[in-house]
Design a protein around this ligand. Structure first.
Ligand code: 13P
Length: 287
């Protein structure tokens, strides 16, 4: 059974570790992440962007697949199915489709509109036992074709949004989606400290987990980050392992073209990446 992310993130905040959100794209991704969480006895959040939801033919398909897979694999660790960077309409659709957690990303609206829409969605989500993540200060980089500049969130705006009854807050602190550029200045810990101080100990979310050095991850957790999102890193390790298989000509040997063989190295690579992150975030044995 899927659970909301509220309890697992409160536990993470109080226990000074973070739960990973790993984005899914298909059956292999989902299975790799669920099995790794179970093997490591770790809570986990499966993230679904609106683009990935569309790719998998719709949010209902995703919810049905994840629910059935949790059951078929005998997964007993806490699993949340979470909409990543949801629009207002997407958030409503996922609440209907059976997601257990949603993110409403109103960071591109004026703060008044972000407040109004977040207020409405938090009420709707909570009436169904679903957790809600809100965002202040857009995360840089590209996601589903939308390029953000990587803002530093204003602590006063964070205080306003976190006071709306939301369950966890994503706030920009110089983090971006995708690979970090050579000249990246790193996370702004001064900003994180101020945001943490202004938001009444609400669990904070760090987006753009790919490529952030281990030391910065640890420091971010010590300053209130309880959820870390990872997407691109699983894609990179899947692609590298698949490339190696094909370049070694293994798809041309015997039945090496069978998708269950062709996708196996990439599947194992996702498992290894998820394991490494769960160990770094400290969520192992915290189920
Ligand atoms: P990365 O793709 O940089 O890991 O970011 C993931 C993310 O923040 C999803 O919301």
């Amino acid at each position: 059974m899927l659970v909301s992310a509220t309890e697992m993130l409160k536990k993470a905040r109080d226990g000074h570790y973070a739960v990973g959100q790993f984005n899914i794209n298909n059956l292999e991704w989902t299975k790799a992440i669920l099995l790794t969480a179970q093997e490591l006895n770790s809570p986990v959040i499966l993230g679904v962007s609106e683009g990935a939801g569309k790719y998998m033919t719709g949010f209902k398909t995703v919810a049905a697949m994840v629910n059935a897979m949790v059951d078929s694999l005998g997964i007993t660790v806490p699993v949340a199915l979470h909409l990543d960077h949801g629009s207002y309409e997407g958030a409503k659709a996922c609440i209907e489709a059976g997601f257990s957690s949603i993110m409403f990303d109103g960071s591109h609206y004026a703060i008044e509109e972000n407040v109004a829409k977040t207020t409405e969605l938090v009420e709707l989500a909570h009436s169904k036992g679903i957790s809600l993540e809100a965002e202040v200060g857009s995360i840089g980089g590209e996601e589903d074709g939308v390029v953000g500049a990587g803002e530093i969130a204003d602590p006063a705006e964070c205080a306003k949004i976190s006071g709306l009854g939301i369950d966890f807050l994503a706030a920009g602190i110089g983090n971006i989606h995708g690979k970090y550029p050579e000249n990246w200045k790193g996370l702004d810990f001064d900003a994180l400290d101020k945001i943490h101080g202004a938001t009444n100990n609400i669990p904070l979310v760090l987006h753009g987990g790919t490529g952030i050095p281990a030391g910065m991850i640890k420091k971010a957790i010590s300053l209130g980050v309880s959820k870390i999102n990872v997407n691109t890193e699983c894609q990179l390790s899947f692609a590298a392992a698949t490339r190696e298989y094909v370049e070694a000509g293994k798809d041309l040997q015997g039945k090496g073209f069978d998708p269950r063989k062709l996708l196996a190295p990439g599947f194992e690579a996702i498992k290894a990446t998820v394991k490494e992150k769960m160990e770094l975030f400290g969520s192992v044995n915290k189920a």
